[in-house]
Design a binder for this molecule. Structure first.
Ligand SMILES: Cc1cc2nc3c(=O)[nH]c(=O)nc-3n(C[C@H](O)[C@H](O)[C@H](O)COP(=O)(O)OP(=O)(O)OC[C@H]3O[C@@H](n4cnc5c(N)ncnc54)[C@H](O)[C@@H]3O)c2cc1C
Length: 118
């Protein structure tokens, strides 16, 4: 982790909600059949996201989760399911209810239909 400890609980929670939204939406819009270069890009992005996450203690905990559950970047659905799983690992640690990952595709609409029509 690069950032120091983030003591303000309100800011920590706001940051977390925004960060999860960004991550899950990134996975929902990742290609179904990514190129090797796109897979490397997503893997690097997740590792840099962890290192630079502005809440230092969150980043340290997340590093342990990434070690145990390495990013899955083979397809959109693999990335989305992985994102849901690691978010649930954080939920578990914080004693929050677990999210039903079978609904992940509907919850973070990738907007793909619109793009395909265009
Ligand atoms: C990488 C990372 C590490 C963090 N580590 C810590 C930490 O160590 N300590 C700490 O205090 N806070 C940490 N946070 C913040 C914490 O996870 C929450 O974001 C924060 O507590 C606000 O929680 P919330 O209940 O509003 O919902 P959040 O957990 O922020 O979730 C936002 C919304 O996402 C949906 N959601 C919930 N679970 C899932 C899931 N599994 N998959 C998809 N969508 C889901 C729900 O609709 C929920 O309302 C971390 C955040 C991130 C991004």
């Amino acid at each position: 982790a690069i950032a120091p400890k983030l003591g303000n609980e309100t800011i920590k929670a706001e940051l977390g909600r925004a960060a999860w939204k960004l991550l899950h939406t990134t996975f929902a819009r990742f290609p179904d059949k990514p190129s090797e270069d796109e897979k490397v890009a997503l893997k690097n992005y997740i590792h840099l996201f962890q290192r630079l996450y502005p809440c230092g203690e969150c980043a340290s905990h997340f590093a342990t989760i990434l070690e145990k559950y390495p990013p899955q970047v083979s397809s959109r659905s693999a990335a989305a399911a992985w994102g849901c799983h690691v978010h649930n690992q954080v939920n578990k640690r914080l004693q929050k209810p677990l999210f039903d990952c079978s609904n992940i595709g509907d919850f973070y609409d990738c907007g793909c239909a619109e793009t395909e029509e265009e």
